[in-house]
Write a protein that binds this ligand. Sequence first.
Ligand SMILES: NC(=O)c1ccc[n+]([C@@H]2O[C@H](COP(=O)([O-])OP(=O)(O)OC[C@H]3O[C@@H](n4cnc5c(N)ncnc54)[C@H](OP(=O)(O)O)[C@@H]3O)[C@@H](O)[C@H]2O)c1
Length: 252
Amino acid sequence: MERYQGRVAVVTGVSSGIGEGLVRALVAAGIRVAGCARNADKLQTLKESLGSNSEHFLPVTCDLTEEQQVRNFFERVLAEWGAVDILINNAGLAFNSSLLDGTVEEWRTMLDTNIVALCLCTQLTVESMKESNISDGYIIHINSESGHMHPVPSKFHFYSATKHAVRALTETMRLELAKTLPGCRISSVSPGLVETQFLAKMAGRPAEQLKVFSRMKALEVEDVVQTVLHLLRTPAHVQVHDVLMRPAGQTS
Ligand SMILES: NC(=O)c1ccc[n+]([C@@H]2O[C@H](COP(=O)([O-])OP(=O)(O)OC[C@H]3O[C@@H](n4cnc5c(N)ncnc54)[C@H](OP(=O)(O)O)[C@@H]3O)[C@@H](O)[C@H]2O)c1
């Protein structure tokens, strides 16, 4: 991790869950973190909660489905901190609808957030790495186990397709990076159920009412965060492709 001390990470979707946990851990590890989300109040609350480390967190309100807002986010980061050394594409969402009852608007929102924004953030990061001659950059996609299998609950079917795309984009970006920036690495982390507000937002109900969390001990945010930190600590010649992690005892 010493390699990245004092350097700059961009993390998307930091107003809650895994993204918020990543901000706390990376800032504590001495990394400057620029994070975005739509909820400006939550970003401000997160900044204030970092206390004396708060100057190492740059919160930027940004709707990742809006191309210009993503470009403005990166311009702000580069204006403030000069370059991007690490990108963690974390923001993602699902809607509570199957392929047969979902709407085009829901599908477009998932495509724009889970895939298009991930690609645009990656492209802007690689441009910054090239301009600043960064030879050891790191890009991490927060994927999902849904990107490795076909989930039975129909409400995950379109979301699962977006996460399969993330798996393909990890491998194809690895090939592009190997030619253009050979020292820069890309990995994905693919968790199963994690205890965040993700499912509650999807279901439109408080997490406490969701039976799934009482049936099985889910992964905690910290489990995913520690996996990301492990990736960042690996030696420069190690290219981990994917970490698929599930709660122990999961039967599906
Ligand atoms: N929780 C799980 O069981 C689980 C399992 C596997 C994979 N994952 C993946 O883990 C990642 C993080 O999810 P989480 O569990 O931490 O859920 P979460 O608590 O709901 O966090 C999602 C984050 O994404 C942000 N976001 C969503 N749409 C956005 C947009 N248009 N523009 C900017 N930010 C946006 C949200 O912020 P705003 O709403 O403030 O914009 C929020 O900060 C996602 O990619 C998800 O697919 C989660």
